[in-house]
Design a protein around this ligand. Structure first.
Ligand code: PPS
Length: 571
């Protein structure tokens, strides 16, 4: 049997793109001769939501006409409401190797066959138009816009799907039910009204109070759908959040809620994202959906201005709620009244009452810096879980990344630091000096831009693993390119500290030192592409520490770095 389109509706029909076993066997044979596309995390999320019908009425990755139509009028070509393009992005090289009418095998990064897609169209992404229509801005400070400009492939392919298997998950299997399975539970439990709550943040006291109020207002049970796909950079990971949700759910009345993970790759598109979430909730059988202030927004731009107005999402979802057939429960900001010991909406606070509040970001900041969090702001069990997973700088791992010209003094300073950290003795320490890495990890690499980038990324990968496991990594490559350094920074910063040290000793000093005689050889033309001589070094834009070793000893240089680490609480 091929795709089933509708299975037992309960508040709207559901698409199901998963094929039965017989068809799976046929498709496995077909895939043998097909070109492959390896899906990244974002694409795997989209595939999963398409497969299970959470993205109903979509039946595959969008074609160009649907894409254009969604951008221009938030509707598929056939008029169905849909706010955000769900297309499959590929590189230009891949696009050139494919043509419409052909089928491709979609695989996970391990090569496991997930789906066969029949390509209907291939087209170049209209990056600027998509950014402006979906996000309302082309400012790359917006993470969704940055994803579109910098990370996604610049071609789309659209077409129908036959899905053999959902992407594999090994975590929280009991919390990964499909929309149909969730709807079946409502039926079994006799739940008539269900209010959906989607969140990428832990549930603190205000969110708890808000869900309770929503349940009371709608006389409904609660479906908590924590977003376990891709969220905003810097958000708490879903493993930690699920442990927190499990603690919080003990406070809800028994049998009044379901906790189920939503593998959604967020775009942080504010109003349009809120509309997408409303459609998803409807597909999970919800009769009501909670929209908070600044729902699904990425926060503020570099000038401190919010990307979206706080009630934009509420306005848009309200406008379409009838058509989706779901009731929107929109809530403003909640504040705590210390004398009354209760929460209230900010616009309902009795005159003269004192109020206090801590936002989710405030709590996150306090967790990361080890400051106290009062009981009225969140549940102590949640604080415990967050503190376990996100220790203070003193217990986090970190990477000291020394970059600079050959002969600038990176290795010597790195060696001093290595000894000092061993002396302190509270974390395992690894020295990833340029030479050591070149010998052990990158012996086959030369000094072309590509090879240097591979070399530096390898160092970054090892350092990120060390940092993740709460050790100290000291790296000392030339690392001449800013974009590669900042790529490494963003990976490592999600696990712990990243301290970029620009060893800024000028080339004249480095050349005068010329301990290895390399500059002399480079000047004589015996070595080509030598950094600083006939190859570029991009000066770090904003390093944490900058040290010129011309007139200071390696010990003094190391001391500056240790001072910085002390100030930031790492040591
Ligand atoms: S990079 O650019 O980060 O991959 O370089 P790195 O791995 O740190 O290697 C730098 C050391 O290799 C020697 N060497 C060269 N450096 C720069 N350019 C060219 N073409 C080159 N060829 C060899 C050089 O001595 C560097 O050693 P250090 O310890 O930095 O002086």
């Amino acid at each position: 049997m091929k795709n089933t389109e509708t299975i037992e509706p309960h508040g709207g029909s559901l698409v199901n793109l998963l094929v039965d076993e017989k068809r799976q066997t046929i498709l496995k044979d077909v895939a043998f001769n097909l070109s492959d596309i390896t899906l990244n995390d974002r694409q795997l999320c989209n595939l999963e939501l398409l497969a299970t019908g959470a993205f109903s009425p979509l039946k595959g990755f969008m074609t160009r006409t649907d894409y254009e139509s969604v951008l221009d009028r938030m509707r598929l070509q056939n008029g169905d409401l849909w706010p955000i393009p769900i297309c499959l992005d590929i590189s230009e090289t891949k696009a050139k190797s494919l043509e419409a009418g052909q089928s491709v095998a979609l695989r996970d990064p391990e090569g496991f066959l997930l789906a066969i897609m029949e390509i209907e169209e291939i087209w170049a992404v209209e990056v600027e138009k998509e950014a402006l229509q979906v996000f309302g801005t082309s400012d790359q400070g917006h993470p969704g816009v940055q994803q579109l400009y910098k990370k996604a492939g610049n071609f789309y392919i659209g077409g129908s799907l036959e899905i053999l298997s959902l992407p594999l998950h090994f975590d929280f299997k009991q919390l990964r039910l499909t929309p149909q399975e969730i709807r079946n539970i409502y039926k079994r439990m006799g739940w008539k009204h269900v209010v959906g709550f989607q969140t990428a943040q832990p549930i603190h006291r205000p969110q708890y109070e808000l869900t309770i109020k929503a349940m009371q207002q709608a006389k409904a049970n609660l479906l908590i759908l924590p977003i376990a796909g891709m969220t905003k950079p810097g958000d708490f990971d879903h493993y930690t959040r699920v442990r927190c949700y499990r603690e919080v759910t003990r406070h809800y009345p028994p049998d009044s809620f379901i906790l189920n993970l939503l593998p959604l790759a967020m775009h942080m598109a504010g109003p349009r994202e809120a509309l997408l979430q409303t459609i998803i909730s409807k597909n999970y059988g919800c009769t009501h959906f909670i929209i908070g202030h600044d729902h699904a927004g990425p926060g503020r731009d570099k000038n401190g201005k919010s990307f979206y107005k706080s009630n934009d999402a509420q306005k848009l979802t309200d406008e379409y709620s009838k058509e989706i057939d779901i009731k929107i429960i929109s809530f403003g900001e909640m504040v705590y009244l210390p004398f009354e010991d209760e929460y209230s909406f900010v616009d309902q606070v009795p005159e003269g009452s004192k109020t206090i509040s801590l936002t989710g970001s405030d709590i996150r900041e306090r967790i990361l810096t080890g400051r106290q969090i009062p009981k009225w702001a969140t549940f102590p069990e949640v604080v415990d879980e967050l503190r376990k997973a996100y220790p203070t700088p003193q217990k986090q791992g970190f990477t000291v990344f020394l970059t600079g010209l050959s002969g600038a003094g990176k290795s010597t300073v790195a060696k001093v630091l290595f000894s000092r950290f061993l002396e302190i003795g509270d974390r395992p320490v690894t020295l990833l000096d340029g030479d050591i890495v070149r010998r052990n990890l990158s012996s086959n690499l030369k000094f072309t831009k590509e090879d240097r980038d591979i070399n530096v990324r390898r160092i970054g990968f090892v350092a990120s693993e060390i940092t993740k496991n709460r050790g100290i990594a000291i790296c000392a490559p030339i690392a001449p390119y800013e974009s590669t350094r900042s790529e490494i920074r963003s990976t490592i910063e999600s696990y712990g500290g990243f301290i970029e040290v620009h060893v800024s000793t000028p080339i004249e000093t480095c050349e005068k030192r010329d301990r290895k005689g390399m500059y002399a050889k480079a000047r004589a033309g015996l070595i080509k592409g030598f950094t600083g001589v006939d190859d570029p070094y991009e000066i770090p834009a904003s390093p944490e520490v900058s040290i010129n070793t011309t007139d200071i000893t390696p010990n003094e240089a190391a001391q500056e770095i240790l001072l910085f680490l002390g100030q930031k609480g790492f040591i």
